[in-house]
Write a protein that binds this ligand. Structure first.
Ligand SMILES: Nc1ncnc2c1ncn2[C@@H]1O[C@H](COP(=O)(O)OP(=O)(O)OP(=O)(O)O)[C@@H](O)[C@H]1O
Ligand SMILES: [Mg+2]
Length: 252
């Protein structure tokens, strides 16, 4: 069964000031994707310039943003047919999200951040949670920092805790938004390895948004989103275009 299946997806946002002074009220289309299927244990990199809709797509896949048109299935479930409360529960069980700015809880230790994610979803039995949380933190190389709070960790370390937390509930799908954007070259390489290894060890599918050419070059599959309509034309630096045979057409 596909982990993700998208059909006829369109996301429009209202134009600020719409309806006044002749500004169109129909909205701006920020994302169009006629079809996308992603299988189990797959890595898909979503590439594209700033504003091309990468974060929007991840937020839609997480059920956090409702599309204007189209159908989004996760594990065969029509995500937006679920009422909001059940969609939140579905996300907690089946989707791990590594946010660009981590969204770790500042007052909690690394270990408690992972444990809280398990408590919210409630799908890992209570007696297993402590061992699983410390095991995941060990897997991302953070076993020596279990009791540190986010402010006491480096940016790369916080990112690794966020990876452990995203995997806490054995999600089938892990989303990562620009997981290396705030890191220097060496830490970026280390975090990427940790993310890929941990996701592979858990048998999950990884969908990662990035404009980092090194990630795009090393990706299994690439979905390239177009520059947003009306954006100034930018010339891509050499080496940023994904290899043709690996590219997944956005087929808009
Ligand atoms: N809540 C919103 N209301 C109106 N427009 C929005 C909203 N959120 C995003 N947009 C618009 O949608 C477009 C896509 O935004 P998105 O954040 O998905 O881009 P991105 O590809 O992730 O960019 P970046 O690489 O800079 O993170 C942008 O042009 C943005 O202005
Ligand atoms: Mg983004």
């Amino acid at each position: 069964m596909d982990i993700v299946r998208i059909q006829g997806l369109v996301k429009r946002y209202p134009v600020p000031g719409a309806g006044r002074n002749g500004v169109s009220a129909s909205g701006i289309t920020v994302l169009e994707l006629s079809h996308l299927s992603v299988g189990p244990r797959t890595e898909l990199v979503v590439a594209g310039p700033s504003g091309s809709g990468k974060t929007t797509l991840l937020n839609i896949l997480a059920g956090l943003v409702r599309p204007s048109e189209g159908r989004v299935e996760l594990l065969g479930q029509d995500l937006f047919a679920l009422p909001e409360g059940r969609r939140d529960a579905f996300r907690a069980r089946h989707v791990g999200y590594v946010f660009q700015t981590f969204n770790l809880i500042g007052s909690l230790s690394a270990l408690d951040n992972v444990l809280l994610a398990m408590a919210v979803a409630g799908c890992v039995p209570k007696r297993e949670r402590g061992r699983r949380a410390s095991g995941l933190l060990e897997q991302v190389g953070m076993h020596h920092r279990l009791r540190h709070r986010p402010a006491q960790l480096s940016v790369g370390e916080q990112q690794r805790v966020a990876v452990a937390r995203a995997l806490a509930n054995r999600p089938e799908l892990v989303l990562a938004d620009e997981p290396t954007a705030n890191l220097d070259r060496r830490s970026a390489g280390a975090v990427l390895r940790v993310l890929r290894d941990a996701v592979a060890a858990e048998g999950a599918t990884l969908i990662m948004a990035t404009h980092d050419p090194r990630i795009i070059e090393s990706a299994q599959e690439v979905l390239s989103l177009d520059a947003p309509a009306g954006a100034p034309v930018q010339t891509a630096p050499s080496g940023t275009s994904p290899a043709g045979e690996r590219a997944v057409s956005p087929a808009s």
